[in-house]
Write a protein that binds this ligand. Structure first.
Ligand code: CA
Length: 684
């Protein structure tokens, strides 16, 4: 049998191996503290050749998401097996990429809950719940997700959904300090991972549509004191602007609608600290409202919306900016992943910064100067602009696409040709691996628009979203040559909203998919080499690390995020398991084959499948027409035996009493309970 099919078929067994995972000596608090304390500026800058750890959200300071490890490689990846799975006990989207420091993994779950687990076994060391008021979920446009932590000198930093920045003791998970990063009670949120810049913790926020003014803040990592805050859009016209850059920006705005509500331009995802040039680069989001005719009547670029901004790390002063979508009218944030690299462009070595924002073009900038080196369409369809003019650095727009004269079908749409899902860059292949997608949208001005403060303000007829469906939406893994600005290869997917990517020195690219698979491809050619079924759609980016000579590959699996919530028919979930997990894999040749199944459970599994599978589903995973037994509540569990014996008249559930007795029924119930523990820990 084909190894891929075999792997898929045995997934249920593999994924339930967690309870039987290898037991090792637990890490003590002293060792954990020592490891985390050792993470200083030199280690974050990669100056000690730290191959085995994954020290920041995107892996290393260049944010390339490239693992130099090659124990797992294109020749042996088919030998990869699940080593442990850790339930985050959550039912919303998992967007986090774990950070790993010397054998300890730190990761986050929805509602900004932080976990520290033993990276070898998945055993929990501590957890911290910031207890975000669930009402705050209404202010989070794009699910109550969190993308992860930063680690520095013994502390773990997390941004909570309610806009608190919190420092935790790495050894214990206890709060060291916490600060409110929001202003004036405004509806700011944080979903992104903090970054470290020479003793400062950097954090932005989300909340553009809800009426906030975007900014990036730098806090003292030791005590949480605010060192600087750099706004992305101008403040009140009548008052002096905080900086020269903002005074310049003010000339690109008209009217005062945006002043009433905040302007937007939030820094909700990409932040990079360039340890070489001591600069910070970050991306900004859309304005409020999305529709520029409302936001800034008469036009204007509306700086610095949908832009990439470079700051001096010490002062927060602007060094340069580049606006990818001047006068954004479509929610084409430029907030997604920024990758730093050294590339030879037109014969010259350049320190570059790369971004594939929502608007469908791939940008390469000189990060010293902000000079646009190239910009080419990477999305299959881009309707709003013909190209980016390299002389002016501006898009050549297509008439009518600003829906100024009525409804326009625009590609890409607000979901983006590439959204927050991190891409990766392999210095070995020279390719960028983009979780790309095609999601067009219908835009039309809402004739009845009025600002609703604290609510989602777009200025659009959002009911046009209902036109989204699976026949017009698709995704693909796109391998992109950033020097040639050309596609190298692609893997098409039927659905959009697939996971972030990881590239490795083993000539591999890993990606999870919205239909619930985790896949490894060859990095040079895109050949599928291994896959496993995870049971839920994967949107997060994978990562890799090494402990005690074993390379692990890990990914958070949990369907959610903005497209999953808002995409209607087009966003059908890729799985039946409602809760999130962190799945961690290694080569069987390094960690041994999966442990043999408990013989008693094997007999229970056999009995369940013999008597129940045709209606209640393989692995006790049912469709929608018959109850999913994994979700049976305690009331049902109490009368489980009676139901199986006598049936439930009127429901189609027959009695099985003439074939099986109490002992067998008890075993079947044990199997169902085991499946509940594995897949639905929340519902006990
Ligand atoms: Ca946005």
């Amino acid at each position: 049998m084909n190894r891929l099919i075999l792997a898929a078929l045995t997934t249920a067994t593999l994924l339930s191996a967690s309870a039987l995972a290898d037991e090792r000596t637990p890490l003590d608090a002293g060792a954990i503290a020592k490891a985390a304390v050792a993470i200083d500026d030199a280690r974050l800058a990669g100056r000690d050749g730290d191959r085995g750890n994954w020290l920041t959200y995107n892996g290393q300071w260049t944010e390339q998401r490239f693992s130099p490890l090659d124990q797992v490689n294109a020749n042996n990846v088919s030998d990869l097996r699940l080593v442990w799975s850790f339930s985050t006990e959550s039912s919303r989207g998992l967007e986090a990429t774990p950070v790993v420091v010397d054998g300890v993994m730190y990761t986050t779950a929805p509602w900004s809950v932080v976990f520290a687990v033993d990276a070898r076994t998945g055993k929990e060391i501590w957890r911290y719940d910031p207890k975000v008021d669930k009402q705050w979920g209404q202010k989070a446009c794009c699910d109550v997700v969190n993308r992860g932590v930063a680690v520095y000198k013994g502390k773990i930093y997390v941004g909570a959904l309610d806009a608190r920045l919190i420092a935790l003791d790495a050894a214990t998970g206890k709060v060291v300090w916490e600060v409110k990063t929001s202003e004036h009670g405004k509806p700011y949120t944080i979903t992104g991972a903090p970054r470290i810049a020479a003793g400062k913790v950097l954090i932005g926020n989300g909340g553009g549509e809800y009426g906030v003014r975007g900014y990036l803040s730098a806090y003292d990592s030791e005590n949480g004191k605010l060192i600087w805050r750099t706004y992305t859009v101008p403040g009140e016209r009548a008052k002096p602007q905080e900086t020269k850059a903002l005074a310049h920006a003010l000339t690109s705005w008209n009217g005062d609608q945006w002043l009433k509500i905040g302007g937007g331009g939030t820094a909700w995802d990409a932040i990079v600290y360039d340890a070489e040039l001591e600069a910070i680069y970050f991306g900004t989001g859309n304005g409020v409202a999305w529709n520029r005719d409302i936001r800034s009547p008469g036009g204007g670029d509306n700086l610095y919306l949908s832009s990439i901004i470079a700051l001096d790390a010490a002062t927060g002063e602007q060094k340069w900016y580049y606006q990818t979508t001047p006068g954004d009218n479509w929610d084409f944030d430029s907030a997604s992943h920024l990758i730093l690299a050294d590339l030879k462009i037109r014969g010259k070595e350049r320190k570059v910064l790369m971004q594939a924002p929502k608007n469908g073009f791939f940008y390469v900038l000189d990060r010293k100067t902000g000079e646009l080196l190239s910009a080419t369409q990477f999305a299959d369809t881009v309707t709003w602009a013909k190209k980016i003019d390299l002389k002016t650095g501006r898009p050549v727009e297509v008439e009518g696409q600003r829906y100024e004269k009525g409804m326009a079908i625009v590609a890409p749409s607000a979901f983006g040709a590439h959204n927050w899902q991190p891409m990766s860059f392999s210095p070995k292949t020279g390719l960028v691996y983009i979780p790309a997608q095609e999601v067009p949208g219908a835009y039309e001005r809402d004739p009845n628009f009025k600002i609703e403060e604290g609510f989602f303000n777009t200025g659009l007829r959002l009911e046009l979203f209902k036109g989204l469906n699976r026949t017009i939406v698709r995704g693909h893994l796109l391998a992109w040559d950033p020097v040639k600005q050309k596609e190298a290869w692609r893997v098409p997917y039927q659905l959009a909203w697939n996971g972030g990517t990881l590239a490795s020195a083993g000539n591999l690219v890993f990606q999870g998919t919205s239909d619930g698979r985790f896949v490894a491809y060859s990095a040079d050619g895109g050949k599928k080499l291994w896959e496993i079924v995870s049971g839920t759609g994967i949107i997060a980016g994978p990562m890799s690390y090494e402990v005690d000579g074993v390379q692990y590959v890990s990914v958070s699996a949990g369907w959610g995020g903005t497209f999953a919530l808002a995409g209607g028919n087009a966003s059908t979930a890729g799985g039946t398991e409602p809760n999130g997990k962190v799945l961690t894999f290694a080569l069987a040749s390094k960690v041994g084959p999966p442990p043999p199944q408990d013989p008693e459970l094997a007999e229970s599994e056999r009995l369940y499948h013999h008597y129940c599978v045709v209606c209640h589903g393989a692995g006790a995973i049912s469709g929608t027409s018959v109850p999913d037994l994994r979700h049976s509540n305690e009331d049902v569990q109490k009368i489980f035996g009676q139901i199986v014996k006598d049936g439930r008249p009127g429901t189609g559930m027959a009695g099985f009493g003439k074939w099986i007795g109490d002992a067998e029924i008890g075993k079947i119930q044990n199997y169902v309970r085991a499946r509940t523990r594995e897949d639905v820990v929340l519902i006990r």
